[in-house]
Structures are given as C-alpha cells and as structure tokens.
Design a protein around this ligand. Structure first.
Ligand code: FPP
Length: 251
C-alpha cells in the first residue's frame, strides 16, 4: 500500500469521542438546542467517513448518557428521534461502507420499537469489517462497573467462580465493552476537559485531546487534525521509552 503525502504514520485502533457543544452551537446562532443536535448528526457522518478513510478500526461515540434522561423531556424525545431516524436511515449506506454498528448501553429503558431498531441495525451491518462504529446510548461507566461487580459476585456466590479468579481480565470481560479493545485516543469537543462517566475503566492508558471546536463544527478535517495530534504522542504504558531509558536508569 503506497503512503500518500497526507498519510498519518501512527493510527489509533480505537478512537472514542464525547460529542459536546451542540447546545452552545445552536445558542450562538439563536437556534433551538434540537437544531444543534441535528447539525451534530452531520458531524457523525463526517467522522465515520474520516475514520474509514484513515483505517481506524473502532470508533465509539458517546451519544446519550444515563444522566441525559434528566434533560427536558422535549430534548430527550428529540435526541431519541434523531438517533432512531439516523440509525435506521443510514443502515444500508453504512453496510456498503463496511461499517458494523454496535450499540453500547442498557436496553431496558427503551421502548420495544427502539430495541427492535437497534437489533435491526446491528444485524444489517453485522458483516462490516472495515470499521466498528459503537454508539454509546443510555450508557454510563459507573453503572456498567456496578453491573459487572454484581455479575461477578453472583457467580462467586453460586460457586461458579473462585475469588482468586477475579482478575483484570475477568473484570474487563464482565463489562459491556467485553469484546472491544480499550480506546487508544479519547476526544472531547467544546473545550470541556472531563470524562463524564465515559469508559472509566477502559481509559486507563488512553491519550486525551480536548479541542475547542463545538461538535457540529467537528468535520473530517478536524478528525484528521486530531489523528495528527495522536501520532505525535509518546505512549509509555507506565514504562520508559528507548530514548530516555538510560538517562532514567542512570539517575
Ligand atoms: C452534547 O451536546 C450532545 C448530546 C448530548 C447528544 C448527541 C446526539 C446526537 C449528535 C444525535 C444522535 C446521535 C447519533 C449517533 C446518530 P450538548 O447538548 O451537551 O451541548 P452543550 O454542552 O453545548 O449544551
């Protein structure tokens, strides 16, 4: 494969994004918050295209947190509708692009129609092998961990598992993200520097990037820029790099 001039030499396997700033984007324009979310869907399309083009294998988007149920009912309804409409409408197109869609989160709160829609998009796109697009919807990390602890505790109580078998791997395997790689790179738009209950366990060694740009303005070019920022990072996973190992050991 020939590298073109714009190719980036270190592509993260898994990019996770906290899409923030839709409301502020709308307010700046005297629009309703809903219109910010609508514009945000365009950014979702852009980053999916850019992720496929760059060879990113996993893209997780934080679309709706468990806490978001506390927003005004009209806004919750609007996000639900947008989510369903987009996910249903894009199924074929995503499948053609080689995108497999997975929904991450608890399905218990949703109506039967929403659950059916989720199952349909997952099955229509199941063969996609270029990119797995994970949409975190009704997801929160602490709740995910609490459910995993309950699951492990009940297996121990039932005698199916020994306490010594509780390892980092078995905990990872009990989370909703069991079959996903940890995120290499987490982006939060709009200048906010928080994780807000997103992938807390999985983010142990992630690199973070907090661009000022609001989510509806985050386009393919911004995604490419973020990948260039990642390529410059030096990930050490608690170890030392070759270049400075002598220096550190010599101290
Ligand atoms: C954050 O902006 C955005 C959300 C909580 C909703 C994101 C939802 C979508 C883009 C639509 C559906 C998603 C998919 C994947 C099709 P905010 O409202 O918190 O903005 P603010 O902080 O400026 O108020």
């Amino acid at each position: 494969m020939g590298a073109d001039m714009n190719s980036i030499n270190k592509i993260p396997t898994h990019v996770a994004i906290i899409m923030d700033g839709n409301g502020r984007w709308a307010k700046q324009r005297g629009m309703e918050r809903y219109e910010g979310h609508l514009a945000g869907v365009e950014s979702v399309r852009s980053v999916v295209r850019a992720a496929v083009r760059n060879g990113v294998k996993w893209l997780t988007l934080y679309a709706f947190s468990t806490e978001n149920w506390g927003r005004p009912v009209q806004e919750v309804e609007a996000i639900m509708q947008l989510f369903c409409r987009t996910v249903i409408g894009e199924g074929e197109e995503l499948a053609q692009q080689g995108v497999r869609v997975k929904i991450l989160g608890e399905r218990t709160h949703f109506s039967a129609a929403v659950v059916e829609m989720i199952e349909r998009i997952e099955s229509v796109t199941a063969a996609g092998d270029r990119l797995t697009l994970v949409l975190a919807f009704n997801y929160s990390s602490r709740r995910e961990m609490m459910l995993a602890v309950r699951d492990i505790a009940s297996r121990v109580a039932a005698g199916e598992m020994a306490v010594e078998d509780i390892t980092e791997q078995s905990i990872s395997g009990a989370l909703m993200t069991a079959n996903m790689p940890d995120p290499d790179f987490i982006i939060r738009t709009s200048g906010e520097c928080r994780l807000s209950n997103f992938l807390l366990w999985q983010a142990s060694y992630s690199e973070f990037y907090f661009p000022e740009v609001l989510w509806p303005d985050f386009d393919e070019e911004e995604f490419d820029k973020a990948l260039r920022v990642y390529a410059e990072r030096d990930r050490r996973f608690g170890l030392v790099t070759e270049d400075n190992s002598n220096e550190i050991h010599g101290q």
